[in-house]
Design a protein around this ligand. Structure first.
Ligand code: PRP
Length: 205
């Protein structure tokens, strides 16, 4: 049995669609169900940011999650395969009529991705005050809570609708197939076989 943590939303849906393609049967969570068992697989439906936690503590052997979330969590996990879907970037956003400059003594940056943000600015030796938010990040510069934001940009529509623009890309992200280290050693053959099937279903080598 392999337990796989999937995030709610697009990445989770695209992952199940891949399993449907590989095994030619329906893989679908019942309404409000958090566990789906089919053959030798058990899927867990969890919050996006919680996928690495379930896998790290071996409550799941495997998981699918965005590279942005993996980097933000910084847990020691095996990155098995870049699945390619769920593409987005982590970008600095500023007001549409502003330029990105770093000549003030300090900047206030609102984000839900504190670690990625801290690392980016500290590597560049730019002093910032990080303001941790849990959502609606785009609002912060509009009401004077922050000078800029660090947030996910997928289509760019949320920033645009709120008078912001992406000014600099910190990293590109897409969905990764990940494993717990112990699970990987214990169930290596099964996991590598599944990795191969996923790669083939994606049209890769
Ligand atoms: C993300 C992000 C932006 C939006 C960007 O939020 O925080 O608000 O998506 O997407 P766009 O470029 O296509 O407009 P998400 O919907 O993941 O919700 P969350 O804030 O609950 O994480």
């Amino acid at each position: 049995m392999l337990t796989i943590a999937l995030p709610k939303g697009r990445i989770g849906d695209d992952s199940l669609a891949l399993f449907e393609k590989i095994f030619a049967k329906e893989f679908r969570f019942g309404e409000r169900k958090l566990i789906l068992e089919i053959d030798d697989f058990r899927f867990l439906r969890v919050r996006n940011q919680d996928v690495p936690t379930y896998v790290y503590h071996q409550a799941a052997d495997l998981g699918v999650v965005g590279l942005d979330v993996l980097e933000e969590k910084g847990l020691d996990l095996v990155r098995l395969l870049d699945l390619g879907f769920g593409a987005c970037s982590v970008s600095i956003g500023i007001k549409e009529d502003e330029e990105l400059t770093f000549n003030k003594p300090s900047y206030r940056v609102a984000t839900k991705m504190e670690n990625i943000t801290r690392e980016f600015f500290s590597k560049k030796a730019i002093p910032v005050e990080i303001i941790k938010l849990y959502g609606s990040i785009e609002l912060a510069p509009l009401v004077g809570l922050a000078d800029m934001i660090v947030d996910i940009v997928e289509t760019g529509e949320t920033m645009k609708q709120n008078g912001l623009k992406p000014a600099l890309t910190i990293m590109q992200s897409s969905a990764y197939f990940i494993a717990n280290k112990n699970s990987f050693y214990d169930k290596k053959e099964k996991i590598l076989a599944l990795r191969q099937q996923l790669q083939e279903a994606l049209g890769g080598a």
